[in-house]
Design a protein around this ligand. Sequence first.
Ligand SMILES: [Zn+2]
Length: 304
Amino acid sequence: MTGTFRVTLLASLAAASVVIPATVIFAQNAPPPDHPAVTVKGQTYTPRSILARNMGTDADQTSQFPPHKVIGNIYYVGTRTLSSYLITTPQGHILINSTYERNVPVIQKSVADLGFRFSDIKIILGTHAHGDHQEGDAAVKQATGAQVMAMEQDVPALRNIKPGGKEHPIDSTFNDGKQVQLGGVTLTAHLTPGHTRGCTTWTMAVQDGGRAYNVVFACSLRAPGTISPEVAAEFAGTYPKFRALPCDVPLGDHPAQYNMIEKHARLANGAPSPFIDPANCTVEADIQEAMFKATLAEQQSAAK
Ligand SMILES: [Zn+2]
């Protein structure tokens, strides 16, 4: 989801002084519908409530969330509602999700607040080609010289993300199963398409407190309001594939997907990470698959 589109559309409408039927403007600007509703683990969701949960307010999208260690060498450096992760190694760091370009100084500050150097970022990865997750890639690359690596299927959509007219940098592309290695860290890319064609869920093993844990950086699993047959087929493969990933620590590209704020409040020195939560590794998939199926059913009955 991107917040800038609405503004751009209104500005161009005003500039063109074209009379557009109100229904068109409504369709482009309206929040998603408040139906269907699905209930998972006693909690009821609609497309509108999920989007609100993910994005929060404009201020939530751009305000620093206290940067913190998640587990092992993984740190949270994002805003209140847009995740950005720093994975540190002795040979430099990996950044997953630059978020909006205007957030890059926020991420830079979070990295510094944790005592790391932004200029030590060597590799920029992303979960998916939407502006709220990867618009800042060019700015981070400019500041660090890091390499931007992208899932092949997301390249066309990434090329369309051009803040201020800047080309989206892509230094190399990869496919499903790619292992990205740096300084003893291995991140594995899993193609989990649907939300975008190249939606990438990353997995990584970490050591913490003498134990090993599997971490999952989930790509958004949220279906659009209107689901094409191609996208339906992608999601049909993605949900079971996602559930099969080894997981002790579920993370996501929006913090609400894994209850970050509630878990962060439980962080305590010397205690096991509150982000270790194997019981909730698939809850986001459960919510999104229920909504996907309900939306498809609604769509099919409307078409009859
Ligand atoms: Zn998205």
